[in-house]
Design a protein around this ligand. Sequence first.
Ligand code: ZN
Length: 226
Amino acid sequence: MEGTINAGVTKLITLHKSVFGLTNPLPRTVNVRIFGTYEGFKLYHVTHATKLPIWADSFYLPEENEIVASKKSKPAKLLQSIYHEATHAILSKAVGYPPLWFNEGSAEYFSKIMVAQTGIGQEVFREGFGPCKIMLRQNRLPALETVLRYDAGDWPATRQHEVYAVSWSVVQFLTTSQARTEVLRKFVQRLQEYRGNLDSLETLDKLYPGGLKKMEEEWRAWLVSA
Ligand SMILES: [Zn+2]
């Protein structure tokens, strides 16, 4: 498992360079703590991660530069959690504290790519598309403006999977063409310049050809046809 994680995180860093165009120094090491039992994990959670939501089943502690997770039924699921948290580690080093939609959307985007070739395969993409499709059908997919302004207050335990899925869909959408990937890279560049402290709405409105209105139309159309 240790060798797999080491090789995986190295590949993850390469992906951050190739997809996001990140160039600044990335973390050389990050510690990974894996609990054999969920009880052990929970005890560590309540004593070490008091500010993180109680429902989290893995987390990243920036001060300690430590990823914490517990064993899952399938090894690929554990790896997916570790890559999700490792993306937080990479982004916190590279851009500071990015907006929530981007932070969680990127963590979901990269962790899905990383495990898509394993036994759990394409299931990971259904985890993303599923909730978005349901929200579309029920006419309650949030406006793009709402997504870009997500904050910790939008983390109710009952709807967390929707926040993850919708945030993922925006990042995934921004990789679906050369022109959109260019927008994503410029956005990441701005994040680096401002250490994560920027208005996503204003920035994407300027960067996306046709502005935010066009981006919203195309994102929804892509989700419908996906
Ligand atoms: Zn996360």
